[in-house]
Design a protein around this ligand. Sequence first.
Ligand code: SF4
Length: 501
Amino acid sequence: MIGKAGGSSSFICPISSLPLTPRHNSCFEREIPPTRTKWHNSELEGVRGITMLENGTTQMRLAAHTLGCKLNYSETTTITKQFADRGFSVVPLGGVAEVVLLNTCSVTENAERECRHLVRRALRNSPDAFVIVTGCYAQLRPEEIASIPGVDLVLGAQEKFRLFEHLTGFEKNHGPKIFATEISDEAEFHAAASPATDGRTRAFLKVQDGCDYSCSFCTIPKARGGSRSAEVQEIVERAVRLSEEGFHEVVLSGVNVGDFGKSTASTFFDLLRALESEPDVTARLRISSIEPNLLTEEIIELVAGSTKFCPHFHIPMQSGSSKILRLMQRRYQPELYRTRIEKAKALLPNAAIGADVIAGFPGETDADFRDSYEFVESLDLSYLHVFTYSERPGTKASEMKDVVPVHVRRERNQMLRILSEKKRRCFYESQLGAEMEVILERGDGLPEGFTNNNVRVRLHHALPVGTELVRVRLEEVLGDVVSSTVVEVLAGRREELLPIL
Ligand code: SF4
């Protein structure tokens, strides 16, 4: 395994099983003859395999791909930017590229198989591409990743932001290298922000990383380390910059965002208050997800009195059964969850409230599931994200008895999904007739986007290219979208925006 061998070195070579450090590493120091080097750019000094053009740019292309959460996505963007700053152009995975970057997730089922498949896909069109794999799965199982044919470099959580320090070149290795320090050594907070997949209208801003909780099913604390965050002022400045860059929405993201500030003696409420009172933060703000025990009354009250914060709370529940919550080592009981929902709905009747629920956790009997289902049904929720429980090596839950058969887990998942659809439809119907702002996403077909309370809207007519923000009237629920008519265009790229015909 990775780790400190003998207490001094930080890495273990997957080939030789010898302890390695960046300076005392047979793989790292192996001399690779440069095949196409021409050194002009000081930023690239020490990184071989790059051809510089006359105009100072390179011919190198990076294909980047993210698995997992929004946090991973924003981190990929930050790493991609390091490549772009060095003259790389960025292409989608599968396109011809000299370098491939995969940012993996440990929550994904079959993470290893998925990674193997993506490496194969990437190499199909670019057999000589230099393949870098990082992210949570690379931190937890670096040897597994390194054993995938075609992988050249595996970077752990701490190393991924210092990628260029670990590179000697982009020529394919004769064996993979691993740089992954023990996660307990991970202490820094690395800021990240990225546009959402919908282009330049919404951005994810990473405000927090890591987690100090020990939910019995979760590998994230091992993959990402303890809770840490940036200073309040730094986040505010980043939100101002994103507003100035024209983003209409900033999503505050993290592993456990409600735990913000532990490392800086501030609180998540301090951050929200600072963002609320900064006039130059003009983008609307959304909290990505917050643990029920950290969603305090003062946070709900602040959101209720705000014109910036979206009336939308995503509150992981995982189970509505007291017994299962205890087995999961969650830090609340169903009644606390209920009080949070009731408070939010009392102050914000139109708020969207979503929950994560896991089906088939070990020990979940039919009676426990029924308790959980009835609890979920009784709450004024707008939608559910339902997960089928699956064992994660190294977790307490994976060693628990009374495992639920897989087919029963799936049946329960299906029941919860149907319940989610009913709740979503009911919430959407309650919003019909309202006029709301919608940030449009880029995509094929008719324009779509979300209201601030998370109603997915589809317009039944096209709009001029470049339209980004509109006021719409919500008219008809069509499956998982609400068909709507534009009442007013509020913003778009000026040079492209034409009047609606
Ligand atoms: S709160 Fe629990 S589920 Fe969420 S990241 Fe932390 S340990 Fe994992």
